[in-house]
Design a protein around this ligand. Structure first.
Ligand code: 8YV
Length: 331
């Protein structure tokens, strides 16, 4: 009987995904769900036919150089592939795939939730007043947040998630503005009644809320630089559910500490999970709302991500073109 291909999965995945993987492949699954150490990752690429990493694995050029010749596919469990040196993989003849589409709606939901959480002071009300039993009673001028209806939302990166966010935001009465490398299709622009800003600087200066929804690539690293952050209105709200590296976090922290920004809602950070303690302090003082990178964290979403990983592995191993190949132009 033909030997099943060895698929090394670095983290624990939803049960139904793991079950299917065991049926189809010789799946080596991480049962204690801790990120693999650097040594374990080297071990994995030396023996695996297929590696399934996640955002917690650094699949860099050094690691890829140590891969055995049998490693033909890196099937990322995730949409963003900034954890992988795709150029190094492709140069070594290794295909890379990702999981686009299935986490779009969940991530857009979380972005909308962060907008509301910051504007309407949800964590402050829920934890600090109810949770800490400090609610002294209702008052007309108490816990006033900001209305989002009628405000301007600027979306940086109008891809799938940006568009899903725009649809939600439009139904909340926000006007939609966006900056992207190029215009989206005219029918989408018309449906969303979205205004395209060629100049990111100009858009930032005029928005009430800005949401970062582009991928992290060398071109978007610190796209929201300290200089650009200073263009934001003093009462603007900044939301990031994409990647921490797209915003100059140091610049953002300084502005928040100096109360030069209305607020921020962050699901992603330059360092994860060891986030900057100044951000935690700002959260305690209600200047920011922080979440632990959970934009796509629904059972349905993570299951569909796993199913997409399987579809890509199967197609590839059956000699077909994997449907979600990452091309050099995408990174
Ligand atoms: C995942 C994400 O949690 O897919 C992405 O790009 O940011 C998240 O939805 C993570 O990347 C899984 O590896």
């Amino acid at each position: 009987m033909k030997k099943k291909p060895l698929v090394v999965v670095t983290r624990t995945l939803p049960e139904s995904v793991e079950t299917r993987m065991r049926e189809l492949f010789d799946a080596r699954l991480n049962m204690d769900d801790k990120p693999l150490t650097a040594e374990q990752l080297v071990e994995a690429v030396k023996i695996a036919d297929v590696l399934v990493p996640t955002i917690t694995d650094r699949v860099d050029a050094e690691l890829i150089a140590q891969a055995g010749p049998q490693l033909r596919l890196i099937a990322n469990f995730g949409n963003g592939v900034d954890n992988i040196d795709v150029g190094a993989a492709l140069a070594q003849g290794i295909t890379v795939t990702n999981t686009p589409g299935v986490l779009t709606e969940d991530t857009a939901d979380m972005t909308m939730a962060l907008i509301l959480a910051v504007a309407r002071r949800l964590p402050e009300g829920a934890q600090k007043l109810i949770g800490a039993e400090q609610w002294a009673g209702w008052a007309p001028t108490w816990m006033l947040g900001r209305r989002i209806t009628g405000k301007r939302l600027g979306i940086v990166g109008m891809g799938r998630i940006g568009q899903a966010l725009a649809r939600r935001a439009k139904s909340f009465g926000l006007s939609i503005h966006y900056h992207n490398r190029r215009h989206v299709a005219p029918e989408i622009e018309a449906e969303l009644e979205a205004t395209y800003w060629e100049s990111l600087d100009q858009m930032l200066a005029r928005m009430d809320i800005v949401s970062v929804n582009c991928p992290h690539t060398p071109a978007t690293y610190h796209l929201l630089s300290a200089r650009r952050l200073r263009l934001l209105k003093r009462d603007a709200i900044l939301i990031n559910t994409a990647r921490g590296e797209i915003i100059d976090e140091e610049g953002l922290i300084q502005m928040l500490e100096a109360r030069e920004l209305g607020g921020a809602g962050l699901d992603v950070f330059e360092e994860e999970p060891a986030i900057d303690p100044r951000l935690v302090k700002l959260a305690r003082n209600n200047a920011v709302v922080l979440l632990p990178h959970m934009g796509s964290a629904t059972l349905e979403g993570r299951t569909e991500m796993g199913e997409k990983v399987i579809v890509n592995i199967k197609a590839f191993l059956d000699g077909h073109r994997a449907p979600n190949r990452v091309l050099p132009s995408m990174v």
